[in-house]
Every structure is written in structure tokens, then in C-alpha cells.
Design a protein around this ligand. Sequence first.
Ligand code: PXP
Length: 398
Amino acid sequence: MTVEFNIHSVPENYHISKRLLNRRVNWLLKKLNVSDHGLSILLTSDEEMSWFNSHYRHKAGPTNVLSFPFSEGNEQNLSTISLRELGDIIISVDTATREAIEYNQTIHERLTKLIIHGLLHLLGYDHEQSPKEAKRMLKVEKKLFACLKQNRSNSMTQLAINVDHIATIRQARGINEPDPVAGAAICELAGAAGIVVHLREDRRHIQDRDVLLLRQTVKTKLNLEMGANKDIIDIALDLKPDMVTLVPEKRQELTTEGGLNVSGQKKKLGKTIERMNKANIPVSIFIDPDKKQIKSSLEIGATFVEIHTGRYCDALTEKVRDKEFNHISRAAEEAFQTGLRVNAGHGLDYSTTARVAALDTIEELSIGHAIITRAVFTGLDQAVKEMREIIRTANLID
Ligand code: PXP
């Protein structure tokens, strides 16, 4: 299968991610059982679209999407078509952008919907045939879009494990067991893609000794969570973790309570990011799923944002959980669209992780408490493997 993606006459400030769209198209082709077929997609301007519309359909002005089937097939006889080309889809990004604003969608959501629409036309669906056919096509479109938002077709979501709570148990006794450094090694052997520790100002769990040893022993990726405080910044610059995640830190809190208010402290955080970046340390910012915080994170030079999943995990009813999940899904899409890389975490457990892991805009999940507490009963190796399996399954295309 070859999916040819061309972007023509579309200003750069649209920030269209070919990578995300390509991944989605590949998923759609698989889902529609035509993954062995080729397809060409052109994203263009209203001006060019008007030309196509007038030339091929004798209609004035632009439209959102046009499909040109390579052969006259329908979904029933596709398997018998010998030419393995579906045809061309042309989309006006100008029109898609206006529609995205009108329907309160991100540009990638809108483009995805238009691609689905165009693709179904190539497969023989035609809403102009009759109201019944229009209804049928719309139903399939809606179903595909809902499924797709919950699926990914590229590499697996990564699991980074926060080992703070191993240190919490150690500190409760004030001795040297259990050792988070040994725990980190077990997590890596069981398939973790990264280790996360939060070196707090009050050193309530992770100690300076832990981060020094982890820097030497972690083979995957060491992510240092930290408040943007002078002493900790100096430690991070010396330590050179693979990345840092800036989090808010209050002495009285039991755990990180909310995302950072980036918009309210852009100058201070921007300076911290600048220093980290000079030392080649990429910075992630832990934020609530909020548009304003995403924009500010981008403006001050963050490489990643980590979207706070706490409210979704803590929801007491399914209705609230769905609402919070939609905030996460939308924020991840918006952040991804700006070019930020997207992680997520906080409060995720064995029942809440799958849904978040299935979002194709999220690269990595940071999970601690649920895995360490399960490890008390099952062993750490088993607890990590069970979480990995949940993520793996959530990433599968059904
Ligand atoms: N991400 C961030 C930024 C955190 O502060 C924490 C908690 O330390 C986590 C993820 C992991 O949360 P949990 O321990 O609830 O899985």
C-alpha cells in the first residue's frame, strides 16, 4: 500500500502534521480492508480547490473535499478490483479550517473527518444518491471517526514508570530498603521505556543519592520531575537527565495536585527551559488539559507537555469521566498540532489507562502509584508487565 500525501499552496502557519494524518489514513485503510490499495491525498488552498471544482464539477467556488475514484468500485466488489489504486482525495485546508472553527474541532479532527468522507466516496458510498444512502454513509463516517480517535497504527505508547513510591516506603523506616534504584532496574527489565523520579525540595521520598545512581544505571531514559526552584535546577543541570518535567510543587500536598500555571509564570519558566535546552536537556511541562497552557508552553520553548490525567481518573461517574477524557483527547490533539510532543499521566491505573493509551497523539504515559502498589501483591516485574499489556492491547487495531 502507498499513501501519497501532497500539501500544495497551504501556508506554513496551518501546522498540518503529515505524520498524524498519514498514521490515521493507514489505520483507516486497514480498518476498511483495503490496506493493499494505494491512495493519493492532496491538501490544498481554496484557490486551487475552486479550479478543481469548476474544472471537474462545473461548480463555482471552493468546496471542502473532492474524491476521484480510480475505478468505479463499491465496498462489496473491491476485493475483485485488480487495479490496487483507490484514487485521489483533494481537500481545501482553507475551507477545512473555517469548518473546524464552525464545528469547534481541531484542524486535524476536521481534516480526518474529510479524509474519511472522501475515502468512503472512493469506496462507492454516495450520500447524494438518496436520503437512505446519506444516512448509511454518515453512520459509517461517525463510527470510523469514533474508532479512529481511540486507535493508533504507529509505534506503541511508551510506559515510563515513576518509582517515587518505592522511596516513600524506604523513607517510612528511615533505612535503605527498598531501593528505588533496584526497582528502576526491575522496571526496565520488565519493559519500561523510561524511569521517572521527582526530586522534591523537602526530599520526602527520592534522595540526591538516588538520582545520582539512577543517572548511572538507567539504561532507557531518566526523566527528572522537578519544581522550577534554583537548587533543584542546579542539580538537574549537573545531573543531565534525559529530560526534565516541570511540575508545581507545594510542601503541604500529598502528591502533585494540578498542572503548572504556565501562563502565569512564563518569564520564570522560560528562563528555566532556556538553561535546560542549553545543556541539551529537553523540557516537558505538566499541565492541565487546557488550551491556554498549551499555547504558553509552546511559546516558552517546551519540547513536551505532559497532560494531567488526574481529573479523568478521579471521576466518580461515567458521565464526568467521559467529559474529562474528552478534555484530555482534545488537549492532546491541540498540543500535537502545534508541534509539541505529548505525554500524559497522574492517577492512571489498571482500569483507566487503556483509554488514554489508545490516543494516537500521546507518546508516553507516566505511571507510578498504581504499579508500585500492585507490585506489593504481585511483584514489580508482574505489575509492570500487566500494565504494558494493557497499553499494548489498547494500541492494537481491531
Ligand atoms: N506525572 C506527574 C507529573 C506526576 O507528578 C506524577 C506523580 O508523581 C505522575 C505522573 C504519576 O502519577 P501516579 O503516581 O498517580 O501514577
